[in-house]
Design a protein around this ligand. Structure first.
Ligand SMILES: *[C@@H]1O[C@H](CO)[C@@H](O)[C@H](O)[C@H]1NC(C)=O
Ligand SMILES: *[C@@H]1O[C@H](CO)[C@@H](O)[C@H](O)[C@H]1NC(C)=O
Ligand SMILES: *[C@@H]1O[C@H](CO)[C@@H](O)[C@H](O)[C@H]1NC(C)=O
Ligand SMILES: *[C@@H]1O[C@H](CO)[C@@H](O)[C@H](O)[C@H]1NC(C)=O
Length: 148
């Protein structure tokens, strides 16, 4: 019985994490929008498939999120879907590279990451712009690797 509850809970939590962290082109139940990149989205109009014939873009400084208002301040919520350009890049700090949202690899001054890797604590994510490596809040300068 407890095992069952544990499994159900894990699936639920995994789903929650997945929902919160990496949904490109997925209709979000929380706001009926499907983010297509960090700043643009399609609407779902109650369907579970996005209508791709109209593309909306958040106004300056806002990113597409799972918040009810869809576009939200980047400093408060990471976007639901983003680019992966920064993944595995040692720049700009050459200390470490984020290899996914929650994992990193040290660079030790080199341009390519080494195989010395680590993971962020629960509720923290890797931010290439931060010397803390893992943070629990984004800033305007945050560089997040949007991979799971
Ligand atoms: C997001 O996608 C839209 C539509 O394809 C495009 O116009 C926009 O430049 C993209 N934005 C980013 C940050 O990639
Ligand atoms: C978008 O596509 C849907 C179905 O594919 C259609 O019903 C709707 O009229 C289209 N909207 C626009 C603005 O073209
Ligand atoms: C990391 O890479 C070095 C050199 O390529 C290798 O000797 C070492 O065994 C690797 N360590 C791990 C933990 O994979
Ligand atoms: C982030 O962590 C700090 C402590 O390390 C805590 O005080 C703060 O409330 C956390 N913020 C969020 C958004 O979880």
């Amino acid at each position: 019985m407890y095992k069952f509850i544990y499994v159900v809970l894990s699936v639920f939590l995994l789903h929650l994490i997945y929902q919160t962290w990496s949904d490109c082109n997925v209709c979000q139940a929380s706001n009926g929008a499907a983010c297509i990149n960090q700043t643009s989205y399609h609407l779902c109009f109650g369907s579970d498939q996005p209508y791709t014939n109209q593309t909306f873009t958040c106004t300056d400084g806002l990113v597409c999120t799972d918040q009810p208002v869809i576009c939200f301040q980047r400093s408060e919520t990471p976007s639901s879907c983003g680019d992966t350009d920064s993944c595995g890049q040692c720049a700009p700090n050459y200390v470490f590279a984020c290899t996914s949202r929650t994992t990193f690899a040290f660079c030790f001054g080199a341009t390519t990451p080494t195989n010395v890797t680590g993971s962020c604590l629960d509720n923290y994510f890797c931010d290439s712009s931060s010397q803390d490596i893992c943070v629990n809040k984004t800033t305007d300068d945050s560089i997040i690797c949007h991979l799971d």
